[in-house]
Design a binder for this molecule. Structure first.
Ligand SMILES: Cc1cc2nc3c(=O)[nH]c(=O)nc-3n(C[C@H](O)[C@H](O)[C@H](O)COP(=O)(O)OP(=O)(O)OC[C@H]3O[C@@H](n4cnc5c(N)ncnc54)[C@H](O)[C@@H]3O)c2cc1C
Length: 446
């Protein structure tokens, strides 16, 4: 009889695990349990579907259901919510009481939004964007809110993407941030161009302020009280972070790691025999510190799913770890970060220091030339590059990728300053902002 792999969760981690396991074992019985009606879609594209940039919604599907079911012979079960893992009986129990037995189990349950614990947070009209169901709910609301006012709570990268796309729907957005700057994980100077891009647009910003309570208004609106002042909105959208869906795994005895994510090794194995985990529900190790971290990103979910699929089918493969590299774009300003901040580097025991330099992404006299800032974090004793942040034009990802390569290759700032970058006026500056920042450390730039 063939062995059975059961996978809980049908987005990037789960479905890449299923596809990789199929590649490794054509005879394996593979069952995917997904509690919603959607699998294998681009969550990262949802803000742009909401903004009307991407249409129709089906374009967000990475691989359609028929391909999984018919071409890859993967038994995808929709509306199948796992409520318990019976490790003695090696079975997953579903909400309808059904038991699905497994020989090997991959937990890929992702993460869910954190709702601030304030009165009225469950009021209708308060939304989150996490999965396709929540995106569909939100999309249905947009015609009602168009021409009105939304409160966006939280100004992380996804919050900023949502601001931009609410604006595209003709909605005036009031952006609330508890920290005293937008994009609080970025350094102030790197985040500043985004704040400048917002001036005069459809978004007003309130920094250093706290949402205290929410209550329904008489006219279908929502009354939100911020720092003692109550205002009316047509919609509230929360972008206040996520936490891992690790409760099922914890109840099955799996050890947890940072932020209560499921602790896994580099092959995706949990502490419980026959059980693997991948994606937003699981930890990863940081490439610079070697420590376990929880940094939920699509890139990590996809790769960890594939690594688990290989391990489950007895093939070699190790997850190389994360730098936490991310890029985004807000109101025309590209932003991104990779590796450690100065604070994280100091915490990890490095003698860390940072330097920032601003340059142009292409020659200043060329159309489309934009100011671009690069911040480097390095260790004073080894001179190793530990982290970087950048913001600027629409080519920010290429710069961020180069910096991630440099950190992965354990380059020093001196080596980075000596890289032979290319130059041509329409696409690059004579001295790229990366080179300027590195050369400022070595004393070869102002
Ligand atoms: C709006 C938005 C924009 C984003 N943009 C980016 C970006 O630009 N770049 C980037 O790197 N990352 C981005 N992310 C993060 C990225 O989407 C996640 O890191 C990625 O989806 C994680 O994949 P996953 O498979 O681990 O988890 P998920 O995508 O959360 O999938 C988990 C699946 O498990 C299912 N599930 C959970 N519990 C159960 C259960 N008990 N039984 C059955 N099924 C269950 C869920 O329904 C879900 O389908 C974004 C996220 C959002 C919400």
């Amino acid at each position: 009889m063939s062995q059975r792999l059961v996978i809980i969760g049908g987005n990037p981690a789960g479905m890449s695990g299923a596809a990789e396991a199929r590649r490794g074992d054509p005879d394996l019985d593979i069952v995917v349990l997904e509690r919603t009606q959607h699998v294998s879609y681009a969550s990262c594209g949802m803000p742009y579907w909401l903004g009307g940039v991407v249409e129709p919604r089906e374009r967000l599907l990475a691989i359609d259901l028929d391909t999984f079911r018919e071409k890859r012979n993967i038994d995808v079960r929709l509306g199948a919510e796992a409520t318990e893992i019976d490790t003695d009986g090696r079975a997953v129990v579903l909400s309808d009481g059904q038991r699905v037995t497994y020989d090997r189990l991959l937990i890929a349950t992702g993460a869910r939004p954190v709702r601030p614990p304030i009165p009225g947070i469950e009021t209708s009209g308060v939304f989150v964007l996490r999965d396709m169901d929540s995106a569909i709910t939100l999309k249905e609301q947009l015609p009602r809110v168009s021409g009105g006012r939304a409160l966006m709570v939280g100004s992380g990268p996804i919050g900023m993407e949502m601001c931009e796309n609410l604006c595209r729907n003709g909605i005036e957005v009031h952006l609330l941030e508890v920290a005293d700057q937008l994009l609080p994980t970025l350094s102030p100077n790197v985040a500043a161009p985004v704040a400048e891009a917002l001036v005069g647009g459809c978004t007003s910003t309130r920094l250093g302020s706290t949402l205290e309570s929410i209550e329904p208004g008489d006219d279908g609106g929502i009354l939100a009280t911020i720092d003692g002042r109550t205002d009316r909105y047509d919609m509230v959208l929360l972008g206040t972070g996520v936490k891992p869906n690790s409760e099922l795994a914890a109840a099955a005895g799996c050890a947890l790691g940072p932020r209560n994510a499921i602790a896994i090794d580099a092959t995706g194995r949990t502490s419980v025999e026959h059980i693997w985990a991948a994606g937003d529900c699981a930890t990863a190790h940081h490439r610079v510190t070697g420590e376990a971290v929880w940094i939920p990103l699509a890139t990590t979910a996809n790769t960890q799913g594939r690594v688990a699929g290989r391990s489950i089918t007895g093939r070699p493969g190790r997850f190389p770890g994360v730098l936490g590299s991310w890029v985004s774009s807000a109101f025309g300003v590209g932003i991104g970060a990779t590796g450690l901040t100065v604070e994280a580097a100091l915490d990890a025991g490095f003698d860390a220091e940072a330097i920032e330099r601003t340059g142009r992404n292409r020659s200043g006299y060329m159309p489309g030339s934009e100011s671009t800032i690069v911040r480097l974090v390095w260790d004073r004793s080894s001179r190793r590059l530990l982290g970087a942040e950048t913001s600027g034009g629409d080519d920010v990802a290429t710069r961020l990728h180069a910096l991630a390569v440099a950190i992965s290759a354990r380059m020093t700032v001196d080596e980075l300053a000596e890289v032979d970058f290319g130059y041509a006026p329409p696409v690059a500056a004579l001295r790229d902002p990366i080179e300027l920042a590195a050369a400022a450390v070595t004393g070869d730039a102002p």
